[in-house]
Design a protein around this ligand. Structure first.
Ligand code: HSE
Length: 307
């Protein structure tokens, strides 16, 4: 058995336009790294090797909170030291917390000889720091651990379904360097939605899932529309509709807000198209005073992995 492992834990795009809180996918080439090693002293210790400030108090860091949930269940005869090399900025909308939580429980499970299933790990990673409960939207954590498109069918009992990922599907992301807290981004959403919009959303969601199963890129294109969330949250993201228009004009299949924002994602068929989309959205933000980063990534079929 290993005494130390190094893992890559991917960033994730959740919601995917029409799947608010229930659909997500990992980005193969964008994510955090973590080194986790066994210690003779019991308990958890966190070291931050990132450019970003992270809580080192183990009751406040998502990685250690998830690790403690796992340890509670296993009661191992050792402790763990976690080194976080965070590359996804917290509050970016591409699953920064989910990557920390998923990477940490995956690494500890490996160090202990894989006693837990991925479904168990998802539950540990869903541990909520705030109220000793569980996160109610594991649409980042589940794809980070399972890989590929993942549907969260139910929370209680937890039912997670892996959906096939078409081979030639690429994602372009623009991350404007502004922070939007998920809690705030949720607080501005209406509590009720119209039946007409709910019906349109269900139709798009059903056809998106079908299109992923049969790799029908035309159907992916007509399904990637959100009738419930985007119109509210887009107000928090400068130039959102300019980015969306530029991405669609450059040939993206669809474009919407990644998770609770501020990142915006676009899906394209083929890497060349995804890179053209990157250039187009780059141009939109280059005309603003807001700093930003862009990425192009294949959709990862594996999720967290040892490196
Ligand atoms: N689906 C969540 C939201 C974010 O859009 O608020 C990620 O869990």
């Amino acid at each position: 058995m290993h005494n130390e492992v190094r893992v890559f834990s991917p960033g994730t795009v959740s919601n995917v336009a029409c799947g608010f809180d229930i659909l997500g996918f990992p980005l193969e080439s964008i994510g955090d790294e973590m080194i986790v090693r066994k210690t003779t002293e019991k308990g958890i210790k966190i070291n931050n090797f990132s450019d970003y400030k992270l809580p080192l108090d183990i009751s406040k860091n998502v990685a250690s909170v998830s690790a403690l949930a796992l340890i509670d269940s296993l009661n191992p005869d050792c402790g763990f030291e976690i080194e976080i090399i965070k590359k996804i900025k917290p509050g970016s909308g591409i699953g920064s917390s989910g990557a920390s939580a998923a990477g940490c429980v995956f690494a500890i499970n490996k160090l202990m000889g894989d006693p837990f299933t991925i479904a168990d790990l998802i539950k540990f990673a869903m541990k909520d720091m705030e109220n000793d409960g569980m996160f109610e939207h594991p649409d980042n954590i589940a794809p980070a651990l399972l890989g590929g498109f993942v549907l969260v069918k139910s929370l209680s009992p937890l039912e997670i379904i892996k959906i096939p990922t078409p081979d030639d599907l690429y994602c372009t992301v623009i991350h404007p360097h502004i922070e939007i807290k998920t809690a705030y981004s949720r607080s501005i959403l209406p509590k009720d939605v119209s039946l007409v919009n709910a019906t349109k959303q269900i139709a798009n969601f059903g056809s998106l899932i079908h299109s992923l199963h049969v790799s029908d890129y035309d159907l992916i294109k007509t399904s990637l529309n959100d009738h419930l969330i985007e119109k509210h949250r887009s107000k928090l993201i400068p130039n959102f509709y300019q980015v969306k228009s530029a991405a669609l004009e450059a040939g993206a299949l669809g474009c919407s807000i990644s998770g609770s924002g501020p990142s915006i994602f676009a899906l394209s068929q083929g890497i060349d198209r995804a890179m053209k989309v990157e250039q187009a959205i780059n141009k939109v933000y280059s005309g603003t005073s807001i700093e930003f980063s862009t990425y192009v990534s294949k959709i990862g079929d594996k999720g967290v992995k040892l490196i």
